[in-house]
Design a protein. Structure first.
Length: 185
């Protein structure tokens, strides 16, 4: 018990906590995130919390915006065995092949809904890693889909924005109903 309390109040990066994921149509999901200016232990603690939240959900990616942190930061792990965590700080995307690639997308902020979204099939990402070191990565397939989906979050954009107004409205009404029901339980 004493150990737990000690951990709770420490900055020990091993001690992680689950963050609350915002759900559409929460207006906070529409904020544009600001660039990260320093990559320090406080940010690395946030990164650890984001990984725990993402793996727990479970999801293959999580943008800081989704947990009400409006910094240009995202984590993902598209590996089969959930053993390839990746961190992108201040990511910049360059399209290498704009040929559209369709993928059935879902989002932790739009629980229970999946729909086809077309995005450029090949990209080059430039970002900082968790040590603040710049790196570049070419991505295709699910990784490319996920990075673009997460960077959209940092710009206040959701996958439902690519759907018809009618579909988006229907998803919004159903989610609002679910959210109200949860409050009343
Ligand atoms: O867990 C997720 N799965 C997913 C599936 C297809 C396309 C994109 C994604 S990302 C999503 C997690 C999430 O909401 N990230 O913002
Ligand atoms: Ni998402």
């Amino acid at each position: 018990m004493v150990l737990k309390l000690t951990n709770y109040f420490s900055n020990d990066p091993d001690f992680m906590s689950l963050l609350t994921i915002l759900e559409f149509p929460d207006p906070r999901l529409r904020k544009r995130a600001s660039p990260v200016s320093v990559v320090d232990d406080t940010l690395r603690n946030t990164i650890n919390d984001m990984f725990e939240t993402m793996y727990n959900a479970p999801g293959i990616g999580l943008a800081a915006t989704q947990v009400d942190i409006h910094k240009r930061l995202l984590v993902l792990d598209v590996s089969e065995n959930k053993d390839a965590p990746m961190v992108f700080i201040n990511p910049e995307i360059e399209v290498l092949d704009s040929e559209p690639m369709g993928y059935e997308e879902g989002c932790l902020s739009v629980p229970g809904y999946f729909d086809m979204v077309n995005r450029p099939r090949k990209i080059l990402v430039q970002a900082l890693d968790k040590n603040g070191t710049e790196f570049e990565l070419e991505a295709e397939g699910l990784l490319a889909v996920c990075i673009q989906h997460e960077v959209d979050h940092l710009d206040g954009k959701l996958f439902v924005d690519y759907l018809s107004i009618l579909k988006r409205q229907r998803i919004k009404n159903k989610l609002l109903k679910d959210q109200k029901q949860r409050v009343n339980v």
